[in-house]
Design a protein around this ligand. Structure first.
Ligand SMILES: *Cc1c(COP(=O)(O)O)cnc(C)c1O
Length: 458
């Protein structure tokens, strides 16, 4: 950080959780569907505009030298520069924080930015992460081959629900345990509560990717997770029209326990050098140290900001999250049940089926369903998979999930292509696997399309 920092750098005003935009907006006293529509946004602060306006402005008036100084020192809150905070983006951040039950959220330009920033912010400076390998492909690739280039290493486990295996990997440099709450594409469920207890006994944070179920189906903070990330590109946007990601902080973790030196070290960016007053993130922000560092260091430095237009689309998407996901889950379950009886299908992966070995975890964590993603394995070889993806007429053959359109993909070649084979196969992603993401079409039409494509492939 340079000595001559300018207000545009957004030094203190960038790290507020008490933004003006949603100060009077409905909060946790309301139900989930109400919060999906109203939280984080106050029309009276926006010319009574009923839906949140898009603010494309890069910068905000500093008004006077006195006001600018108060903004920069954090005495007053407000916006100065959209790389660090923007009113449209701010409304979405507050809404998602309310939906997940966190103390604050920071949105970023994509889900991978959210995963990367959260893991690096926990493990920066030589820390280690413990993680299973049945994850989104780019997350495995990041931890396996890219983060080590920055001195951040991962100890992979075969089964994240095997607490003895997880505990055996905990060492002096371990900072976080990472898992997907419902894995993509196996739909394996992480048993969050005992994992959180184990992590906390050792002073380690539990970070989870909650993309597949969305906060409507599962709120991991209620079960002890410390940090929740999402690709908001998926179910939260819901229409396949806006990339985005979010990091939510539960605000319960003690970052001063000795494992996180970067959060207890004095930092100029949050200090007042002229007056000789120095702070660490933990001193300045307490249990919000992590989410403040995400904004002030990661987003401000690496610059992977969410555009205000995408934030707007995601807020529109959130308004119907409960209704969409409810409908899609009902159809996904119907399709999973149907596929079990279809010729040439050898296995259906959907932990939401009543006789699934994980049904007790489903009842505990996901009573309203495990989500809209499922996968199935077919007989034969890759040529059959290719004929199925070429044969569907209604399903879209695209590498995405959580769209209002139903989607099909062959993960081994597309979404999990960069995952080393040994991890891919352990996660069940072989050449005979197809993944579906169920949308809002009529279930009978979707079933008929799959039936004809599968029958036509043999
Ligand atoms: C898609 C996805 C990501 C990455 O999100 P992008 O928005 O595509 O960067 C991360 N985790 C999971 C579980 C995903 O499905």
């Amino acid at each position: 950080m340079s000595q001559n920092r300018t207000p545009e750098d957004g030094c203190r005003e960038d790290v507020r959780e008490d933004a003006q935009a949603g100060a009077d907006a409905p909060g946790s006293e309301f139900g989930f569907a109400t919060r999906s529509i109203h939280s984080g946004y106050d029309p009276s602060a926006n010319h009574d505009s009923a839906s949140a306006p898009i603010y494309p402005s890069v910068a905000y008036a500093l008004r006077s030298a006195k006001h600018a100084d108060a903004l920069a020192s954090g005495e007053v809150s407000g916006f100065s520069y959209s790389r660090v905070a923007n009113p449209t983006v701010d409304a979405l951040e507050q809404r998602i924080a309310q939906l997940e039950g966190g103390i604050g959220a920071v949105t970023v330009g994509s889900g991978m930015a959210a995963v990367s920033f959260a893991l690096l912010c926990a493990a920066e400076g030589g820390g280690r992460i413990i993680s299973p390998t049945d994850l989104y492909g780019a997350s495995v690739d990041a931890m396996d081959s890219f983060f080590p280039q920055f001195g951040v290493h991962t100890d992979f486990v075969d089964d994240i629900n095997d607490l003895a295996e997880v505990e055996s990997k905990i060492g002096p440099d371990t900072r976080a345990i990472f898992a997907e709450t419902v894995a993509n594409p196996s739909t394996e469920i992480t048993d969050l509560k005992p994992l959180a207890d184990l992590a906390h006994r050792h002073g380690i944070a539990l970070i989870v990717d909650n993309t597949v179920p969305t906060p409507y189906l599962l709120r991991p903070i209620e079960f002890g997770a410390d940090i929740v990330v999402h690709s908001t590109t998926k179910g939260i946007s819901g229409h396949g029209n806006a990339l985005g990601g979010v990091i939510v902080d539960a605000g319960n973790f003690d970052w001063t326990n000795g494992r996180f030196p970067h959060l207890t070290r004095k930092e100029l960016v949050i200090s007042d050098e002229r007056n000789g007053v120095w702070h660490s993130f933990a001193e300045a922000f307490g249990n919000a140290a992590f989410i403040r560092r995400i904004r002030t260091k990661y987003v401000r430095t690496f610059g992977a900001v969410l555009s205000p237009f995408n934030a707007y689309l995601q807020m529109v998407g959130l308004e119907t999250l409960p209704q969409r996901v409810r409908q899609e889950v009902a159809t996904a379950k119907l399709i999973a049940q149907h596929l079990r009886g279809v010729d040439h299908i050898v296995r259906v992966n959907y932990s939401g089926l009543d006789d699934d070995p994980q049904h007790e975890l489903v009842a505990q964590y996901l009573p309203q369903g495990v989500g809209t993603v499922l996968s199935f394995e077919v007989e034969g070889d890759e040529s059959h998979v290719n004929r199925i993806v070429d044969g569907v007429k209604l399903f879209s053959y695209v590498p995405n999930i959580g769209d209002s359109r139903s989607l099909i993909v062959n993960p081994a070649r597309i979404t999990h292509r960069e995952v080393p084979e040994r991890y891919r196969l352990a996660a069940g992603v072989n050449d005979n696997l197809l993944r579906l993401s169920i949308g809002l079409e009529n279930p009978a039409d979707l079933i008929a399309d799959l039936d004809q494509a599968i029958a036509g492939a043999y």
